[in-house]
Write a protein that binds this ligand. Structure first.
Ligand code: NAD
Ligand code: LMR
Length: 338
């Protein structure tokens, strides 16, 4: 019913005008791929986030339904839906933060790199529109293979003349969330009290948990280190196999994406001491991109921390990670430069 739709839109507009007058400051956030397995719970959780004033939900299918549903939640953010390529630019205009979970997920037997052929083109198209409509937005890139899609996004932004390495972040938060959970299980602690740095990238051996730097300080047996490293590196595959063809992690990913987006929003607001792991343009190693701890602030990534002291096990893991990462990064770069 168009009339009712218009009325809903007017209410949303009224609330936006109130906010513009200073009633409730907050950030404008767009989710691209908002109707998907990650997108829907991510939209739900972002609608609950008090730092969000406007939430734009974009997908190539089903956004009217998802938007109508989410918009009934009695939280502050104004929600708007955008459907299909023709509405992409409207979805992006004025956004402070763009979260991208658009693209196909794995099925059992696939690697994340097997998604490259489809997802590379999707990420390219979306980033071209970001460069045009909200070149200063912070971008949280979730679509796999992250080790290649982040370099693709960077190349698109470079081509458009808008690349700011501080504002492009590959989301590796799920690796940290898993690492905290699995380490807490082994130590018999509450996972909320555990902090495990996970560096490198987001696929197999490129996911490198630094178990020698776990907080609170602790020690593991060799057997525990092998078990934990393997479980953290293959956490995604564990979910893919359990879902048996129905996709990959969506709920834990939405949780991780919101945890990360919330950190970015607190950084944008000017909060001090916001530190998370992310896959970013980096000089921590000789590779052009690398995941490590970063400090988030008003400009995005304000500081990238060095890896700190590694033990022999981690040094061997780092060499393996860098070898695979170099290939994945180059594949992403070549996709745009070819
Ligand atoms: P899904 O298939 O359930 O949802 C993807 C959504 O993207 C769909 O709604 C689809 O319509 C939409 N989409 C496709 N092409 C689009 C386009 N051009 N523009 C906008 N939207 C488009 O998949 P999912 O389970 O939500 O996973 C999405 C992606 O996230 C996958 O690539 C997956 O591998 C990745 N992922 C990454 C992490 C991580 O830690 N970084 C974790 C889990 C999943
Ligand atoms: C994950 O780590 O769960 C995601 O990257 C999805 C996948 O394909 O494993």
């Amino acid at each position: 019913n168009l009339q009712m739709g218009e009325e809903i839109d007017r209410c949303g507009l009224r609330r936006e005008i109130c906010r513009a007058k200073g009633a409730a400051p907050g950030s404008k956030v767009a989710i691209l791929g908002a109707a998907g397995g990650i997108g829907q719970p991510l939209a739900l959780l972002m609608k609950m986030n008090p730092l969000v004033s406007v939430l734009h939900l974009y997908d190539v299918v089903n956004t009217p339904g998802v938007t109508a549903d989410i918009s009934h939640m009695d939280t502050g953010a104004v929600v708007r839906g955008f459907l299909g390529q023709a509405q992409l630019e409207d979805a992006l205009t004025g956004m402070d933060l763009v979260i991208i979970p658009a693209g196909v997920p794995r099925k059992p037997g696939m690697t994340r790199d097997d998604l490259f052929n489809i997802n590379a083109g999707i990420v390219k198209t979306l980033c071209e529109a970001i460069a045009k409509c909200c070149p200063n937005a912070i971008v949280n890139l979730i679509s796999n293979p992250v080790n290649s899609t982040v370099p693709i996004a960077a190349e698109v932004f470079k081509k458009a003349g808008t690349f700011d390495p501080k504002r492009l972040l590959g989301v590796t938060m799920l690796d940290v969330v898993r690492a905290n959970t699995f380490v807490a299980e082994v130590l018999g602690l509450d996972p909320r009290d555990v902090d495990v740095p996970v560096v490198g990238g987001h696929a197999g051996v490129t996911i490198l948990p630094l178990l020698s730097q776990v907080k609170p300080a602790c020690s593991f047996t060799d057997k525990e280190i092998d078990y934990l490293t393997d479980r953290i590196q293959n956490g995604g595959t564990e979910v893919v196999e359990a879902k048996a063809g129905a996709g990959s992690a969506t709920l834990s990913m939405a949780y991780a994406a919101v945890k990360f987006a919330d950190a970015c929003l607190r950084g944008l607001r000017g909060d001090a001491g916001i530190v998370e792991c992310a896959f970013v343009a980096s000089q921590v190693t000789e590779l052009p991109f690398f995941a490590s701890k970063v400090r988030l602030g008003r400009g995005g990534v304000e500081e990238i921390y060095p890896l700190g002291p590694l033990n022999e096990y981690e040094r061997v893991g780092l060499d393996k990670a860098k070898k695979e990462l170099a290939t994945s990064i180059q594949k992403g770069v070549s996709f745009i430069r070819k």
